[in-house]
Design a protein around this ligand. Structure first.
Ligand SMILES: N[C@@H](CCC(=O)N[C@@H](CS)C(=O)NCC(=O)O)C(=O)O
Length: 205
């Protein structure tokens, strides 16, 4: 059985766990923290969580893991099978991660870990987030799901990206990151009621 390594307070771990649950695939959870220990780096080369352990070896990066799950069990695909729709889905996912989540993460140490982030970093974060949010707003379909009429991996990234980025922005800047995207807000509210997400979130309590 595939083992999912990580910790439940990681948004990427939760996202990946939701992939297994959405697909109805069995998996075993192995508690692991991000680590720069040599042993963990052989499993996840940046020392991040999550990673999965398969019969053939380890895989890190949530997108690579989700794609692997779709390849080994094509039923209930997370990514569309149509090549163009699949590429558009991954395009939205990459912009959500690179241009929203990772940007907001620069202020994570101050938002949740008692550290201080420089004013320069905060200004750059605000500027870059504005650009990232404009980019994703051009790609969101929200009719009714993130990338189109069907639920997909892009919905899980939407839920877990804004879970973290929205909380950081609220804490550091006192702003609602989704103020200008009410359709994404309402999508997130609906996604929160989805069985797989409810199950993953309930397990954190
Ligand atoms: N691109 C990675 C991101 C994973 C990630 O950032 N995980 C965080 C926990 S939510 C982590 O391990 N951080 C530790 C670090 O950055 O060293 C993925 O999609 O899996």
């Amino acid at each position: 059985m595939i083992k999912l390594h990580g910790m439940s307070r990681s948004n990427y771990y939760s996202l990946t766990k939701a992939c297994f649950v959405e697909k109805g695939m069995a998996f075993e959870e192995v508690n692991a923290m991000p680590s720069q220990d040599e042993d963990y780096l052989t499993k996840s080369p940046m020392g991040k969580v999550p990673c999965i352990e398969t019969d053939q070896g380890f895989i890190s990066e949530s997108l690579a893991i989700a794609d692997y799950l779709d390849q080994i069990q094509p039923e209930k695909p997370l990514l569309p099978t149509d090549p163009f729709a699949r590429a558009k889905n991954i395009e939205l996912i990459r912009h959500l991660e690179l241009d929203v989540e990772l940007v907001a993460r620069r202020c994570l140490p101050e938002a949740f870990f008692g550290a201080t982030v420089s004013d320069e970093t905060k200004q750059a974060t605000q500027k870059d987030l504005k650009r990232g949010m404009k980019a994703v707003s051009r790609l969101f379909v929200c009719d009714p799901y993130a990338a189109g009429s069907e639920f997909s991996l892009a919905d899980l990234y939407t839920f877990y990206t804004f879970g973290l980025a929205g909380a950081v922005v609220q804490k550091i800047f006192g702003e609602d990151l989704l103020a200008e995207l009410p359709q994404v807000k309402s999508l997130i509210d609906r996604l929160a009621e989805r069985d797989a997400i409810r199950e993953v979130e309930a397990a954190k309590q």
